[in-house]
Design a protein around this ligand. Sequence first.
Ligand code: BMA
Length: 326
Amino acid sequence: MSTQARDPRQRLLRRHSDNPVLTARHWPYFVNTIFNAGATRLPSGETLLLCRVEDCAGRSHLCAARSANGVSDWAIDPKPAFEPSVERYPEEAWGVEDPRVVWMPELGQYAITYTCYSPAGPGVSLALTGDFKTFERVGNVMPPEDKDATLLPERVDGRWAMIHRPVSPMGGAHIWMSFSPDLTHWGDHTIVLRARRGPWWDANKIGLSPPLIPSHEGWLLMYHGVKQTPAGCLYRIGLALLDRDKPTRCLLRSNRWMFGPETEYERTGDVGDVVFPCGYTLGDDGDTLRLYYGAADTCIALATGSVREMVDWLKEVGTPSDAVDT
Ligand code: BMA
């Protein structure tokens, strides 16, 4: 059980009473599950979720759902918005998964980083869109095994920056940042956050959750830790703070997780004990965070929090990242 359940002071994220807000039952066509959605607020004020949809053959595509209040009355596209395009992009042969959506002011487009899955393994692909109807594929930007990627919305010292999670053949899956002059060629690969080892909740395998969250103190990085237990994996969420100007520098990291599977819809489903946020929206106050997360690889749920409260919590319980004994 999550320690969060025992300590109400740690309830940084509050589940919406209407959870889960989207399920396969809402879908206008026949699907197995919907989960792990990228999110953004459109200029109209509507919330758009770019949902991962698993069809009844097991392969995933992406489909857009829009809502005026971000909670209910979703208008769901009658057909997939973004499907594997296997002839030109064979790295998508087994599906496209787990999109992260970021508005890129300089490009005037949204960047979508997603997992391209094929017999070669999962990699990272990038596409751009202005309307979530037509998409321009940049293609496979990180080869397998790699996933959990996002672009930063602005250049860092003149170059685009991407967070991603390659898997090391030496063991351990850590969070990295890479840089590019043109969104296609990536280099200067740098480790940002290491998975811990042993009994930690974030041992061996971590990955970015939603895109980075802007705060006055730096970029908030919400990440999932995967604890392997004899009963299966437990996916929980922790926090780190990256330097605003030099985002490869991690200033603080929480030792405890701040959100984990507790409710029935998080603990039971196609893959139980999974909370997997891929998107958030921010209110006009720049503080009210709405986090959309996949629950048990079966549905989409919503939790609300405050960016300031999360930064304050991190200042209270966090430690400088390289001081942590891994
Ligand atoms: C991860 C990703 C996610 C999934 C999670 C739990 O590796 O594949 O899409 O939600 O596992 O199954």
